[in-house]
Ligand binder design. Structure first.
Ligand code: AP5
Length: 184
């Protein structure tokens, strides 16, 4: 089974994907988490991507796709939730090709919908609590612009393939989770 979690920064993709992955025994593959681990460990990849992430821009597709290939190769059976991937049409097309060779179709792409001002409020609150380096106002605004320009087109991409479902991401984490289970 392959699920994709789509939605703007702060929509709750990571929070909800972690819970669903546990309940359905799927592996959560978060490109953001993998990149942040590289930054924390000071790897060559981490040094390359840190300034890009701090600006709120997207890491080049070829670096992201290398990460995804490695993740998929490590799985005996493809049972995954992608969180924060794909983010560009090129990434989505590459994922389709990879999954086709593995005989693992995309089951659903879930779009979590949250109004912009709530997204900004959530991320600025997380900046206070956790200090994630891309959770400052300027970078958050840039991440939202990049989402609208590069990632939002994937909503139509997956709708055209008949796999898109939507869930309202406003409410408690439990309420949102219940809606996601219903939508899926
Ligand atoms: P990434 O880590 O993917 O960040 P993002 O998409 O901006 O997502 P967030 O983690 O901020 O939000 P989320 O929707 O997962 O929400 P969360 O559950 O965390 O990417 C970071 C960077 O890495 C990118 O800018 C880019 O540079 C690079 N990158 C990553 N993937 C890439 C790719 N595929 N291609 C190119 N570049 C890539 O929740 C957010 C906050 O809200 C938390 O504090 C949480 O506790 C809170 N919250 C969650 N649910 C609720 C709720 N229901 N009510 C109130 N608060 C809530």
């Amino acid at each position: 089974m392959v699920l994709i979690f789509l939605g703007p920064p702060g929509a709750g993709k990571g929070t909800q994907a972690a819970r669903l992955a546990q309940d359905l025994n799927l592996k959560k593959i978060s490109t953001g988490d993998i990149l942040r681990a590289h930054v924390a460990q000071g790897t060559e990849l981490g040094r390359k991507v840190k300034p890009i992430m701090d600006r709120g821009d997207l890491v080049p597709d070829e670096l992201i796709l290398a990460i995804i290939k490695e993740e998929l190769e490590q799985m005996p059976e493809v049972r995954a939730i992608f969180d924060g991937f794909p983010r560009t049409t090129a990434q989505a097309e590459a994922l389709d090709r990879l999954l086709e060779t593995l005989g693992a179709p995309i089951h659903k792409a879930l779009l979590l919908e949250v109004p912009t001002e709530e997204l900004v409020a959530r991320l600025l609150k997380r900046a206070e609590l956790e200090g994630r380096s891309d959770d400052n106002e300027e970078t958050v605004r840039r991440r939202l612009e990049v989402y609208a320009e590069k990632t939002q087109p994937l909503v139509d991409y997956y709708a055209a393939r008949g796999v898109l479902v939507r869930a309202n991401g406003v409410g408690t984490v439990d309420e949102v989770y219940r809606r996601i289970r219903e939508a899926l």
